[in-house]
Design a binder for this molecule. Sequence first.
Ligand SMILES: O=C(O)CCC(=O)C(=O)O
Length: 278
Amino acid sequence: MGKVLSEAAVAQFHEEGYYFPTPVLSDTEVADLRRQLEGVEAAQGGALHPEQRNKGHLLFKWLDDLIRDPRVVDPMADILGPDILCWNTLFWIKNANTDSYVSWHQDVTYWGLKGGDVITAWIALSPASEESGCMRVMPGTHKGDTLAHEDRYDQANMLTRGQEIAVDVDESKAVSMPLVPGSMSMHNIKLAHASGPNRSSDRRIGVSMHYMPTSAYQAVGNWDSAALVRGADRHGNFEHTPRPACDFDMEAVAFHERASAAVREILYHGADRKTQRL
Ligand SMILES: O=C(O)CCC(=O)C(=O)O
């Protein structure tokens, strides 16, 4: 048994490639984070800018705090061990009654990360239900070969290049991962997953955080960064991200410019063209 996850939960994660739900934030905390995020959107006069969707922990102090929160990191440590980096954070916002969706894909194909398992932790900041387009996973697909993907650039697809698994996916085997606000799901980045459009009257707001052991390394880009969130880094494969003292802290914003551009280059590596989604 791990520190917080039961033996059955750890076994399920290894066997099926996912585990949910883990309650993380109280109702008051999650309402406060949503308020802060929507406050930034309102101040900017609209949605987050594409580059703000990734490495947002360098822009928003509350997100840097969240990636280090023991309620998030303890379950990661139960799987990954004591020395842990958070590579990236990504906002996934689907406005009420909109067509945005995420096609079936495996993130391992695009992130260039090698040298250890990578876990995506996804926290709901608003209701993530089947109606609002919660994530769906294909159990066990993290164990097989990585499937071929095609870049389809569909307008409503939230993925950078609209990448999609190129073979038919048997939807009858998919498992939905509904989450109440403040709860978290975890999945192995080799697992095939997707999500449908938001047909509800509220926004579906999620933030994903990507955790890996310090032995991991970046095989695509020449330079990459990550936050050391637990233990010690004896490998030194990533430059550690500075901690913002406040939202839009000047030093962290300057780092964010380099760090988010590096991730963008990695995600578009080998693509025919770049979109404005990240
Ligand atoms: O938020 C979603 O619907 C999809 C998220 C996703 O693809 C991911 O976190 O890897």
